[in-house]
Write a protein that binds this ligand. Structure first.
Ligand code: AMP
Length: 283
């Protein structure tokens, strides 16, 4: 069955309220659309933890800076709707900008600690846009459980902290990275890559795999591991490193001896497309 398409906050809240009254448990997956297997894995996870599943499709302008890819961000609503139908999604929340940011809009939510780190260095306004839209979507959809992808590890951590700090009564689940068969992390932005760039984009996953192997073998010199990653990525002429970071997975501060879990996070421009990937390393 095709999901119900809901485009106003009022109608969405009414739908959720009616479900809740019937004792349903609401699962939620926020997306920017152009759905791929990564998104679908989140939907399946949400469905495992709920009896009604809502997917939002909204390309949120406040998380794009001027000059980023807001205007060319890929969209295919009919295909997304079909995929949601196949996955058993009951409602798709599909608002437009006038619904989400009407004239006079002036309130933002931001994380004062983590927003300026890692991706926040090259995208200083990005996470403020993310936390603002996710807080709004949580208030509109009122889910019991929401699922995010580990692909955007910093985003998932910032959302977890927002839910804790602002007392949202919502369980947050973070689902693993879904990859193409050759290892490239799935992303709506992969479609910007030329065939040659697509080949060179594999450098991210290759250097993550290589580092995982060395880590498993007991190698711990982060400076040396970082140099090797940089050398491997820079051997690909289409690639330009934005950052290579070994950080504490909870604080995003540089990893130390006491970090229980270390996030190895990469951001690399392949041509003009900025790709991210990561893995967790445990002590
Ligand atoms: P987006 O549409 O890019 O905003 O992503 C929506 C959600 O899907 C976010 O929680 C992402 O972390 C998640 N996601 C995107 N790509 C992947 C992937 N390859 N594997 C798992 N989750 C993903």
């Amino acid at each position: 069955m095709k999901p119900e398409v809901i485009s106003t906050p009022e109608a969405m809240r009414a739908r959720s309220a009616a479900w809740r009254k019937n004792g349903e448990r609401i699962g939620f997956v926020p997306t920017m659309g152009y759905l791929h297997e990564g998104h679908l894995s989140l939907i399946r996870e949400a469905r495992r933890h709920s009896t009604r599943c809502v997917v939002s499709i909204y390309v949120n302008p406040t998380q794009f800076a001027p000059g980023e890819d807001l205007d060319k961000y890929p969209r295919d609503f009919e295909r997304d709707l079909q995929l949601c139908a196949e996955e058993g999604v009951q409602a798709v929340f599909f608002p437009d900008d006038t619904m989400m940011y009407p004239e006079g809009y002036q309130t933002y939510v931001y994380n004062a600690s983590l927003s300026g780190l890692l991706c926040g260095q090259s995208r200083p306004t990005h996470f403020k846009g993310v936390t603002t839209i996710v807080a709004k979507l949580f208030n509109i959809v009122q889910p019991d459980v929401a699922v995010f992808g580990q692909k955007d590890a910093q985003q998932a951590l910032i959302i977890r902290n927002m839910v804790r700090d602002l007392h949202f009564p919502i369980e947050i689940i973070v689902a693993p990275i879904v990859r193409e068969s050759d290892g490239l992390a799935m992303s709506s932005r992969n479609r910007y890559l030329t065939a040659e760039q697509r080949r060179q984009a594999l450098a991210l996953y290759q250097s993550i795999r290589q580092t995982e192997t060395e880590w498993q073998n007991g190698r711990r010199d982060i400076a040396g591991l970082t140099r090797n990653i940089r050398t491997h990525i820079e051997a690909h002429p289409a690639c330009r490193v934005d950052y290579i970071a070994f950080v504490d997975a909870r604080t995003l501060q540089p990893a130390t001896e006491s970090s229980r879990e270390i996030l190895l996070a990469l951001a690399v421009y392949v041509g003009s497309t900025r790709l991210i990937d990561n893995t967790l390393l445990t002590r």
